[in-house]
Design a protein around this ligand. Structure first.
Ligand SMILES: C[S@@+](CC[C@H](N)C(=O)[O-])C[C@H]1O[C@@H](n2cnc3c(N)ncnc32)[C@H](O)[C@@H]1O
Length: 228
């Protein structure tokens, strides 16, 4: 069985850095980031620079955070508009967000793609909701919303307690089932998927619903998966 869900894209094939997203995610990411054209973007989880190459191209400035120093060592010569931050997002995000706002800067886009455990994802989201007050529209993508642990972290995060959140769709882009082992994914595992959230500077008037439009697909695939 040929289970490569990544190529060809016919849209993003020219980007050279190894990119841990599926073909449809790459196309969606390219389209979204080009449309948002962030003044400032933040990504948690640089890895080999896959998503960073798009963020760097379409953003004025990017902050890219990774727990290891490999991305900074290997990629910093490629980009003039990227600050590489080495550290654990769980520890560094509160200070980073506080200091950024003290400098009068905001964020238009955040990619959460670092610690994929339920508690890691939940902590990243909750820190953003707690320490960042949007002065303009902010989009957040949480990658791997189809992975059961990540999904749990995303769904359990305190979205509804933050009055600036006006939309959350856990299955904005649905994920994939790796019947065979692929890249760093085990056989019969569930990965990929974009959860998309939007924060606005105005407070929400209505209660928030965290939409999971493909929960039926998730449940059906989960029965045949080894993902916990
Ligand atoms: C799935 S990869 C990111 C893929 C990349 N965004 C792409 O599109 O190709 C996850 C990265 O997150 C980093 N990471 C894991 N836990 C982290 C944490 N607590 N804080 C910051 N980075 C973390 C890992 O070192 C790894 O490089």
């Amino acid at each position: 069985m040929r289970s490569d869900p990544n190529s060809p894209t016919f849209v993003c094939d020219g980007y050279e850095c190894h990119w841990q997203m599926t073909r449809i995610e790459k196309i969606a990411f390219h389209t979204l980031i080009k449309k948002i054209a962030p003044k400032n973007a933040l990504e948690i989880g640089t890895y080999k620079g896959g998503s960073l190459q798009i963020l760097s191209e379409f953003s004025e400035h990017v902050y890219s955070m990774d727990i290891t120093d490999e991305p900074k060592k290997n990629l910093s010569h490629l980009y003039t508009n990227v600050d590489f931050i080495v550290g654990d997002s769980k520890k560094y995000l509160p200070d980073f967000l506080t200091n950024l706002q003290k400098e009068g800067k905001g964020l238009d886009f955040i990619l959460i793609d670092g610690d994929h455990s339920a508690s890691g994802v939940r902590t990243d989201i909750n820190n953003i909701l707690k320490y960042y007050v949007p002065q303009s529209e902010l989009f957040i993508i949480c990658h791997d919303s189809f992975n059961p642990g990540c999904r749990r972290g995303i769904v359990e995060a305190e979205w509804a307690d933050c009055p600036y959140v006006d939309m959350v769709e856990v299955d904005f882009v649905p994920g994939v089932y790796h019947y065979e082992a692929f890249d760093t994914a085990e056989a019969r595992s569930m990965w990929g998927g974009f959860a998309l959230a939007r924060l606005m500077p105005e407070k929400r008037q209505e209660p928030l619903t965290v939409h999971q439009s493909q929960q039926g697909l998730f449940n059906a695939v989960y029965k045949d998966s080894t993902s916990g």
